[in-house]
Design a protein around this ligand. Structure first.
Ligand SMILES: NC(=O)c1ccc[n+]([C@@H]2O[C@H](COP(=O)([O-])OP(=O)(O)OC[C@H]3O[C@@H](n4cnc5c(N)ncnc54)[C@H](OP(=O)(O)O)[C@@H]3O)[C@@H](O)[C@H]2O)c1
Length: 303
């Protein structure tokens, strides 16, 4: 960084997470003046956040940090709130003080999952677990504190490089097991982190005019189930000549896999608002899955 550096000053928080790592790549492509932090700067600690922002003087703060362990959150709800509710509040406060824009991420888990039409941004929330409650509280604190400068992007079922995700796990299991039993009574829209990063940074105004502040939904298009996604992964791996052991993929009900946290049954986000704002529709999850398999998973020595 030099005194004459006129590039946009962006502070990316949570830069080594699954989404954070691709946001960092995209921000570097867009040639911003980027500062990144991760665990070493605890967003639950207000003073640390305010001090860093005062020193770096960002024009945009991007928050990809979160307590994302959905099952653990049930027994560590206070910690989930500290990171997912207090953390974003501190960052929104820092953004407001610096007259910066704030880009924050949230989740389909803020909804109860009992709808039968896709969730629009204004649909009633009603989280059914601790993680969803903490993320909803984060949204509310951000919107109370800095509504004019905050963009919150809710997303769902992420996959991408640099982290464990459902696609990666299924490719491994398809190679190890003859039979896979996969939940077929939860629906959602899988989302490639690279597509999400591109759209979110556009909304927040990096290298183009910022769109209106507020809440947006972003997910790749077409809803499916975990079972449907697994069938797609299986077909695409076979099409790429990957040696698989699995010959049977069996659809099962959620109650076959008891977990500490309940999952929403219907997590389908409506993305009309972001489509209108960006004048572009998210590509299908199948097209995004193909990119991920070709560019990252199979290309990176996974085979
Ligand atoms: N993954 C999904 O399917 C999904 C779906 C919908 C929405 N989202 C949302 O998308 C965003 C990104 O999720 P992700 O899957 O990329 O998460 P992730 O891979 O778990 O990354 C989160 C990052 O935040 C860091 N972190 C945790 N607590 C912190 C703290 N107190 N201070 C600073 N950093 C901290 C983590 O560090 P450690 O690794 O050291 O813990 C990690 O690097 C989150 O807002 C999440 O709620 C995710």
């Amino acid at each position: 960084m030099t005194a004459s550096d006129a590039r946009t000053r962006v502070w990316l928080v949570g830069a080594s997470g699954m989404l954070g790592s691709v946001l960092a790549e995209r921000l570097n492509e867009l040639d911003v003046n980027l500062a990144t932090t991760d665990r070493e700067l605890d967003i639950g600690e207000r003073e640390q956040v305010l001090r860093f922002a005062a020193e770096f003087a960002p024009e945009l703060i991007v928050n990809a940090a979160a307590h994302t362990r959905v099952d653990d959150a049930e027994r560590e709800e206070a910690e989930a709130f500290r990171v997912n509710a207090e953390g974003p509040l501190h960052l929104a406060e820092a953004a407001r003080k610096a007259s910066a824009r704030f880009l924050h991420f949230s989740t389909d888990y803020v909804f109860a999952g009992d709808a039968d039409v896709p969730y629009v941004e204004g649909a009633p929330t009603g989280p059914i677990g601790a993680y969803g409650r903490s993320k909803l509280a984060g949204e509310q604190r951000v919107l109370e504190h800095f509504p004019a400068g905050s963009t919150i992007v809710r997303t769902s079922w992420l996959f991408g490089p640099n982290g464990n995700n459902f696609v990666k796990t299924m490719v491994r299991l398809l190679r190890e097991r003859e039979e896979l039993r996969v939940v077929a009574d939860q629906s959602g829209r899988p989302t490639y982190t690279r597509d999400l990063a591109r759209a979110s940074l556009a909304l927040a105004g990096v290298a183009e005019p910022a769109r209106e502040a507020g809440v947006y939904h972003f997910a790749n298009s077409e809803a499916t189930t975990w079972y449907g996604l697994t069938v797609a992964i299986h077909e695409e791996c076979l099409a790429r000549g990957l040696a698989l052991k699995a010959t049977r993929i069996v659809p099962v009900r959620t109650d076959e896999f008891p977990r500490p946290a309940r999952r929403p049954a219907y997590s389908v986000l409506d993305t009309s608002k972001v489509e209108a704002a960006l004048a572009a529709a998210p590509r299908s999850f199948r097209a995004a899955l193909n990119s991920y398999l070709d560019e990252e998973l199979l290309g990176a020595g996974f085979v």
